[in-house]
Design a protein around this ligand. Structure first.
Ligand SMILES: C[S@@+](CC[C@H](N)C(=O)[O-])C[C@H]1O[C@@H](n2cnc3c(N)ncnc32)[C@H](O)[C@@H]1O
Length: 294
């Protein structure tokens, strides 16, 4: 296996903190309604589990279930084992799942389909599901985002991230997002690859730190998730671009990130509302392996 994703694409903390918020217990009922899982001890496989936040949420939401998370990135698996002790994690390839057929009641994935060749992605999950088993595919769609004024890029950041976007070829190099599908193509693909009773639905996961129903601890987590994302993106850019980023340039961007998020936290503590908000739109597809299939 490898560490490509965690080094060059998204770091452990970026994925873990954003998914902890996306799969927070406040959204549990929205997801559970669309998952529509039976209430008996389930064996669930999460494909492309990353650092494990969804697997951790499934463990809280379905405490009777046995949950196995699988990813090909070694660093994510190491991180997930450390942070989600209730789940079994292992390295493996979604294109050749290391399990015999018919082993699972449920397979699930979040933002993985677009990166894996579809006949392997759907075919392998169909193979390891028992007849009547459920495949859940979660796919992030275009969301809504309104930033706090103090978090906007200044001219230096605009120039820096513009340069990174221009020079960074890791998406192409590592085949990231090679198989994108629209909201109409996704259910059609599930049917094409053999799933029956395909259903679709959407969960809106809204993160607004200034909403009074959000606790101060959670509001802080929401604000700091952006900081973690920016800092890890800076580290990835430095790894990818090497000497094309000067150390003093990198340091200036790091200081700016630290300073602006400190300001956002101070504003929050003083009760100065910014109403910055981020709404993820998550498409949930549910398909069943037919009884007659082998
Ligand atoms: C966008 S990340 C999402 C991670 C996780 N599902 C989450 O939401 O935090 C895509 C994940 O798919 C994994 N991945 C991509 N191709 C894979 C493959 N062929 N087999 C196993 N994992 C794969 C990557 O390592 C990465 O962890």
């Amino acid at each position: 296996m490898d560490t490509i994703w965690s080094r060059y694409v998204q770091g452990c903390m970026t994925l873990y903190s954003s998914r902890r918020l996306r799969f927070h217990d406040r959204f549990r009922h929205r997801f559970a309604e669309l998952f529509a899982l039976e209430d008996h001890p389930l064996r669930i496989l999460e494909v492309g589990c990353g650092p494990g936040a969804l697997a951790g949420a499934l463990h809280r939401w379905y405490p009777q279930a046995e949950i196995i998370g699988l990813d090909r990135d070694r660093e994510f698996v190491r991180f997930a084992r450390e942070h989600e002790p209730g789940v079994l994690f292992r390295e493996g390839d979604a294109m050749a799942l290391p399990f015999p057929e018919g082993q699972f009641d449920v397979t699930i994935s979040n933002t993985v389909q677009e990166h894996v060749e579809p006949s392997g992605f759907f075919g392998e999950q169909l193979r390891v599901l028992r007849p009547g088993g459920v495949c859940l595919v979660l796919s992030s769609r275009r969301g809504l985002h309104a930033g706090a004024p103090c978090l906007e890029w200044d001219e230096g950041e605009k120039a820096f991230w513009g340069k990174v976007m221009e020079l960074d070829d890791s998406m192409e190099k590592y085949g990231i997002c090679r198989y994108p599908m629209s909201e109409a193509e996704l259910p059609a693909a599930m049917e094409k690859y053999g799933f029956r009773n395909v259903q679709t639905g959407y969960v809106l996961a809204d993160l607004t730190p200034d909403d009074p129903r959000v606790s101060p601890a959670l509001a802080r987590e929401m604000i700091l998730s952006g900081k973690v994302n920016d800092l890890e993106a800076l580290d990835s850019a430095a790894l990818t671009l090497g000497e094309r980023i000067r150390p003093e340039e990198r340091e200036r961007i790091r200081e700016r990130i630290e300073e602006k998020y400190a300001r956002r936290l101070e504003q929050y503590a003083r009760g100065e509302k910014q109403w910055d908000t981020s709404v993820s739109v998550i498409m949930v597809l549910r398909g069943v392996k037919g009884e007659a299939q082998t």
